[in-house]
Design a protein around this ligand. Structure first.
Ligand SMILES: *[C@@H]1O[C@H](CO)[C@@H](O)[C@H](O)[C@H]1NC(C)=O
Ligand SMILES: *[C@@H]1O[C@H](CO)[C@@H](O)[C@H](O)[C@H]1NC(C)=O
Ligand SMILES: *[C@@H]1O[C@H](CO)[C@@H](O)[C@H](O)[C@H]1NC(C)=O
Ligand SMILES: *[C@@H]1O[C@H](CO)[C@@H](O)[C@H](O)[C@H]1NC(C)=O
Ligand SMILES: *[C@@H]1O[C@H](CO)[C@@H](O)[C@H](O)[C@H]1NC(C)=O
Ligand SMILES: *[C@@H]1O[C@H](CO)[C@@H](O)[C@H](O)[C@H]1NC(C)=O
Ligand SMILES: *[C@@H]1O[C@H](CO)[C@@H](O)[C@H](O)[C@H]1NC(C)=O
Ligand SMILES: *[C@@H]1O[C@H](CO)[C@@H](O)[C@H](O)[C@H]1NC(C)=O
Length: 478
C-alpha cells in the first residue's frame, strides 16, 4: 500500500472511522504517522436507510532502516586459526538481514560458515578464516517491507603465511666465481611480509634479510666446499617459521694471469731443447689442454708432457716445431688461454734454382734460388766460378748478351745456424735470333747479310752472263 492510499484512507477514518473499537475524534488527518499509530483500523459506514457496512485495515507504521554496520569481534585475524564473528546491526523495525560476498549472497554451510539472525542484528561466524574469505567485499543489507540499506564494505586483515618458501636461484651452478655479483634471494607469500634468516649446512649464519650475497658468504669464510644454504621465513603475526629447500654450491677462484713461458735463447733445429710451461696467477686449474697452431698437440718421441700437463718438453727441436703453442686452462668458473710463438732456426735446406735455360739476345732473365730456412737465407751467386756482387735470391739480367751464357752457381747461407747449402748450378745459353726480320739490332745484321748475298748474286749473275756470251756454256764455276 503506498503512502498516498494510506493517507486517503486515514483521511476517511478521520471523518467516520473508529480505531480499536474507539471513536476517532475528528481532529485532523494522520499525516505524520508514528510507530504508535500502528494498529488495526475499522470503519463503519451507516447509510440513510440504516444499513451498516464495516471495513477493516491493519496499519503498521515502520521505523526507517538506518545505521547498518558490520562489526568484528577481532581487529585482526590469523588465517586457519581465527574464528571471526561478524555482527551486522541496524536500526529500524521488522528487519531482515542478508550478507553478500561481492555480488553473491553468503549462504551458511553449517561448517565453516554459520549465520544467526536476531531481531536487530545478524551474526556471521567464519571458523578457520582464510585470507580469501573477506576480500569480497563483505556487505550486509538490512531490509524491511518498505526499504533496505546496505552497510559499508567490511575489511578485516587476515594475516597469513609464510607459505611455500623458495630460494632463487633454486639450482645454482656447482661453483660460483669468487667475488662475483651472486645472490641468493628468499621469498614466501606472507602477510605481514616475512623476515628471513639464513643457514649454512643447517647451522644459523649471522645473516638476515631476503638477500644473501656471495660477499657475505665469503666474509663468513664459507664457500671452500660445496655446502648447503637454506633460509627460514618467519611471520611475526602468525608466529609461523617455514624453512626453504636447500641450495648447494661452492665458491671458486677464477683463473687469472695465465701465461706461457718458453725459451728466450735462440733455438737451433737438431741442437736445442725447449720447455714450455703454462702458469697462472690465481685459481685452481681443473683442465689443461695444449694446442699447436690451433690443433691438439700430442706426445711423440721428441715431445713429452709433464704429468700435470703444466709443461711440455721438446728435445731436440726440429723445424716442424715452429708455430704458435697455446695452453687452455679451464675450471668450473673460468677458462683462460696463453700462447707462445716458437721460432726454431734451421736450414738452409738444399737449394734449387729456377729460371730460363735458353734465351735470345736482349731478353730479360730472372734466375731464382730458393732454400727453406729460418731465418730466410742469404745468397751468393757465382758465374763461371767467379763470385758476383748479387746477394739476393734472384739473379736478374735485364738484357741478355752472349757473354751472359755460362754456368750460374747459387749458395744459400744462414748465419744463425751457421749452415751453408750445397752449391747448386744452372746453365744459361744466350742464342742468336732465329727469325732475322724480327727487328731491332737483329734486323741490322740481317740487312747486312742480305746486302752481301745480293752482291754475290749480282757478281755471279754478271759472270755467268759473260761466260755464256763468251763460251755458250754454264759449266764454269771457277
Ligand atoms: C567470498 O568469495 C570468495 C571467492 O569469490 C571465496 O573464496 C570466499 O571464501 C568467500 N567468502 C565467504 C565468507 O564466503
Ligand atoms: C577498507 O579497505 C579500503 C580499501 O582497501 C580502505 O579504503 C578502507 O579504509 C578500509 N576500511 C577499513 C575499515 O579498514
Ligand atoms: C645482489 O644484492 C646486492 C645487495 O642487495 C645488489 O646490490 C646486487 O645488485 C644484487 N645482485 C644481483 C645479481 O641481483
Ligand atoms: C594456530 O593454531 C595452531 C594449532 O591449532 C597453534 O599451534 C598455534 O599456536 C596457533 N597460532 C597462533 C598465532 O595462535
Ligand atoms: C749444438 O750444441 C752444442 C752443445 O751445446 C754446441 O757446442 C754447438 O755449437 C751447437 N751447434 C749449433 C749449430 O748451434
Ligand atoms: C726442461 O725441463 C726439464 C725437466 O724439468 C729439465 O730437466 C731441462 O733441463 C729443461 N730444459 C730446458 C732447456 O730448460
Ligand atoms: C763461361 O763458360 C762457358 C762454358 O764454359 C763459356 O762458353 C763462356 O764463354 C764463359 N763465359 C765467360 C764470360 O767467361
Ligand atoms: C744475412 O745477412 C745479413 C747482413 O750481413 C745478416 O745480418 C743476416 O743475419 C744474414 N741472414 C742469414 C740468415 O744469414
Amino acid at each position: 500500500m503506498d503512502l498516498f492510499r494510506l493517507k486517503s484512507l486515514l483521511f476517511l477514518l478521520f471523518f467516520i472511522g473508529r480505531c480499536r473499537g474507539q471513536d476517532i475524534l475528528p481532529e485532523g488527518p494522520l499525516d505524520a504517522v508514528k510507530t504508535k499509530d500502528s494498529g488495526d483500523y475499522s470503519i463503519n459506514v451507516i447509510s440513510a436507510d440504516g444499513d451498516t457496512k464495516t471495513a477493516e485495515i491493519k496499519l503498521r507504521v515502520l521505523e526507517p532502516v538506518s545505521d547498518v554496520v558490520i562489526k568484528s569481534d577481532l581487529t585482526e585475524a590469523i588465517e586457519h586459526n581465527s574464528t571471526v564473528v561478524l555482527t551486522c546491526s541496524a536500526k529500524g523495525s521488522l528487519l531482515t538481514f542478508t550478507w553478500t560476498n561481492g555480488t553473491t549472497p553468503i549462504v551458511a554451510d553449517g561448517k565453516r560458515l554459520t549465520l544467526k539472525n536476531e531481531q536487530m542484528s545478524s551474526t556471521l561466524t567464519i571458523a578457520g578464516v582464510l585470507r580469501s574469505d573477506l576480500v569480497g567485499p563483505i556487505c550486509c543489507t538490512a531490509a524491511n517491507k518498505l526499504e533496505k540499506e546496505k552497510s559499508a564494505p567490511f575489511n578485516l586483515t587476515v594475516y597469513y603465511g609464510p607459505d611455500e618458501v623458495i630460494v632463487n636461484p633454486p639450482n645454482p651452478p656447482q661453483y660460483i666465481k669468487s667475488g662475483s655479483n651472486f645472490n641468493l634471494t628468499c621469498s614466501a607469500p606472507s602477510s605481514p611480509p616475512a623476515t628471513y634468516t639464513w643457514y649454512h649446512n643447517k647451522e644459523p649464519m649471522e645473516a638476515a634479510g631476503e638477500v644473501l650475497t656471495l660477499k657475505i658468504i665469503q666474509e663468513h669464510g664459507f664457500g671452500k666446499n660445496v655446502d648447503e644454504y637454506t633460509c627460514r621465513a618467519n611471520n611475526a603475526k602468525t608466529k609461523r617459521t617455514i624453512p626453504s629447500p636447500g641450495v648447494s654450491f661452492g665458491v671458486m677462484e677464477p683463473i687469472t694471469g695465465a701465461k706461457m713461458t718458453g725459451p728466450v735463447a735462440t733455438l737451433i733445429a737438431g741442437n736445442s731443447t725447449a720447455n714450455l710451461s703454462c702458469q697462472v696467477m690465481t685459481g685452481t686449474v681443473k683442465t689443461r689442454s695444449w694446442l699447436k697452431d690451433g690443433k691438439p698437440l700430442s706426445a711423440n718421441s721428441r715431445l713429452v708432457f709433464a704429468d700435470d700437463l703444466s709443461s711440455i718438453m721438446i728435445n731436440p727441436l726440429q723445424k716442424e716445431d715452429n708455430g704458435v703453442y697455446q695452453c687452455q686452462l679451464i675450471n668450473p668458473v673460468t677458462s683462460a688461454e696463453a700462447s707462445y710463438k716458437m721460432v726454431v732456426n734451421y736450414g738452409p735446406e738444399p737449394a734449387t734454382v729456377t729460371g730460363e735455360s735458353e734465351v735470345e739476345l736482349d731478353t730479360k732473365v730472372t734466375l731464382t734460388c730458393s732454400a727453406a730456412s729460418v731465418p730466410p737465407a742469404n745468397f751468393t751467386w757465382k758465374f763461371n766460378g767467379t763470385m758476383t756482387a748479387v746477394k739476393t735470391s734472384q739473379y736478374i739480367i735485364d738484357k741478355a748478351v752472349y757473354s751472359n751464357s755460362g754456368t750460374y752457381t747459387c749458395e744459400a747461407h744462414n748465419a744463425v745456424t751457421g749452415k751453408t747449402s750445397k752449391p747448386v748450378t744452372h746453365t744459361l745459353a744466350v742464342k742468336e735470333i732465329e727469325d732475322g726480320l724480327s727487328g731491332g739490332p737483329l734486323l741490322e745484321s740481317c740487312q747486312a747479310s742480305l746486302a752481301l748475298a745480293l752482291a754475290i748474286g749480282l757478281i755471279m749473275y754478271c759472270r755467268l752472263t759473260v761466260e755464256y756470251l763468251l763460251f755458250g756454256t754454264f759449266d764454269v764455276w771457277d
